[in-house]
Write a protein of this length. Structure first.
Length: 132
């Protein structure tokens, strides 16, 4: 259940294709090999209202949080997180080059006892793979 939530400042609209950034994250998550394909979700939330540092309006940010289920050791989580962060960071090189910008990424582990899910995507992908 890797769920990525990206919040980003609205002033990035003319500097960043957020859909492409979501795809970079999705692809990087797949490439780690540790997440079930049918569980990967990447969503972006445009923040219209925000205040950064000394309130200059040209500063921008992108903050990403990954929520995952329990069961992966620290080494595995760190390696996957680094791989995903580096892919997104490279994708944002032009934003860093053209503006003042802050990128952050945090990984959180959901407590299985207080996390509910229902998903039929896994079964659909298995059936599709079986039937080509």
């Amino acid at each position: 259940m890797p769920h990525f939530t990206i919040e980003y400042s609205a002033n990035l609209d003319d500097r960043l294709d957020i859909g492409a950034a979501c795809e970079v994250v999705r692809k990087a998550a797949v490439e780690t090999g540790i997440f079930p394909l049918g569980g990967i979700r990447v969503r972006a939330v445009r923040c219209e209202h925000y205040a950064i540092a000394d309130a200059r309006q040209d500063y921008g940010f992108l903050d990403m949080v990954l929520r995952i289920g329990e069961g992966r050791d620290l080494k595995t989580r760190k390696e996957a997180g680094e791989q995903i962060f580096q892919a997104l960071s490279r994708h944002l090189d032009s934003v860093f080059a053209s503006s003042k910008f802050a990128l952050s990424f945090d990984m959180q582990i959901n407590d299985k006892d207080t996390s509910w899910k229902r998903n039929n995507i896994h079964d659909a992908l298995k059936a599709e793979a079986a039937h080509g």
